[in-house]
Ligand binder design. Sequence first.
Ligand code: SF4
Length: 452
Amino acid sequence: MTTALIYPPTCDPTAPYLSLPTLTAWLRAHGERVIPIDANVEAYDGLLQGDAMTITAQKIRAALKNLDKKPFLDHRDQIHYVRLWEAAEDISWVPKAMDHAVAVLRDRTGKRFFNGPGYEAAVQTVQAGLNLIGAAYHPLSLDFTGYRTPFSLLTPEQIKADAAPEKNPFHDCFASIGDRLALENPILIGISMVFPGQVQPGFSLAYYLKARFPGIHLTVGGPAITQILVRQTPEARTRIMGPFDSAVLYEGEEALLELVQTLSSGKTPERIIIGKTDTRLEQLPAPDFEGLPLDLYFSPELVLPYDPTRGCYWGKCAFCHYGLCGSGTARYRERKIPDMTAQLRALSSRHPCRNFYFSQDAFLPATARALSLALKKENLDICWSSDMRPEKTLTKDCCRDLKDGGALSIALGIESASPRVLKLIHKGIAPETMQAAVKTWPGRHCRGSHVL
Ligand code: SF4
């Protein structure tokens, strides 16, 4: 029995995301066959090419011509016309510049990527290309974090209407994924909706797959869809789920395995499958990236995500909703330090990778330090980046150990410098402490594109 797991557009195509490799590892560890598909990077690999941009430019010219032929433009036409007219400025140069821009972003030598003006020009070209795609599929606004139309996601009917091929710039990519799936004949297709920008494209993909493979069970999971469904009535959930046969709420490992086993035994699964919120991290295998197109990411070198921890040890910020739990974020859990170093060693030797992104809600400084010391002791030549709270435990000695243990960059969560706001949002850290944590970071110098 085969399961296909798909990560839909639109989000960051510079590195794989953790959801598919985590679920793939768990299912494979239990003997299941899994095909992971990163539809996000595949879609952008197809769209951000000179030839594809030429077709996009032709669409824009044709749409302008059609509007020009009209004797009168109503308000909707006028908005469309302005969008096309603004995009038309770029259609003369973007298709010609796109292949070079993408080559700069993927430059394995790093020479062109780490050249400031060259990198900037490449980024501008890609952004202009995304804007052209949006204009060609007006009224779409598209980038690597968002996929919006004025009426996006307002109703299930609107979601279905927006899934039509003529409104969906990812349709060709979805059709090619469908061709591959037709050869594999999976029993289950799972779509992972992590970020808001993936919701409409994820539904569009689901509508396409359901029409093409009506007999294959289609499920959805991930933080974005969990947050949409978790507060709905059963009737509303059924309406919202549209083409999906089931949805997995919260953490997916055990729930997805149960779903595969239920389908394999010929039984009918529940529509809503409730996953855990306290999966024991030390029992999980390392993420498994086999089968993902690791050469395709828009980056000069491979950066793999890894999860030393999950959830948040603070868990009190008023604005926090990280998805895989009812509210706030999930309970904090950690892998064991020897497991972390062994898994990182295995991943870096299995793939040409020495750059890791520790993808988690908030990395406890003490754990980050213990891991850094272990990485140094084991002489593991890797670099890592992660997200932390600007704690007072980020002392000079601690930061020095992190750096010596491979820390390239740390994103510190600083939402406000106002004591009143910090109190209101239950941040639990004073402005002076935040300031000290930022200043403590040793020798603010550049290594590659990252600032230490
Ligand atoms: S520190 Fe981050 S993850 Fe933790 S509760 Fe606050 S916002 Fe959420």
